[in-house]
Design a protein around this ligand. Sequence first.
Ligand SMILES: [Zn+2]
Length: 148
Amino acid sequence: MSADIQMILSRLEGVKEVGGSAWTALCPAHADRTPSLKVTLFDSGKIGVICRAGCAFHEIADAMGLTESAFFPTDRRKLRPKAGYLPASAMLRVLGDDIIFVASVLRTLSAAHEALGRDSPLTEWDVERFYECAENFALAQRVCGVAP
Ligand SMILES: [Zn+2]
């Protein structure tokens, strides 16, 4: 286990491993009794945290006393070969992580607008198109054997 994920998990309570690279824990950003937080370590080194109760990413990071960069520890330049060829499957894995990152940003933006009593700047069509995009990625990953 990398030092980065160990540091993240050490700041959480009720941590339970639910797969090789996934854990559940009590969400530090709300009064959580049932573990609502899912922590995922991606191949790229990024660490995803999602609260089922809907806490925004920045609220979770704040409650853990961390900045967002703690969750994106990998120097992405290391993922890019200096010259030549990156297998499509490796690229798809990176892009899959990226789409999860974009989803968490969108969710944070929507939550921030809601907190201000404003309508989301995203239309229903935007959201539908985004999910279609995510499904296309998932399909491409399955076709290339990156995801089950
Ligand atoms: Zn929460």
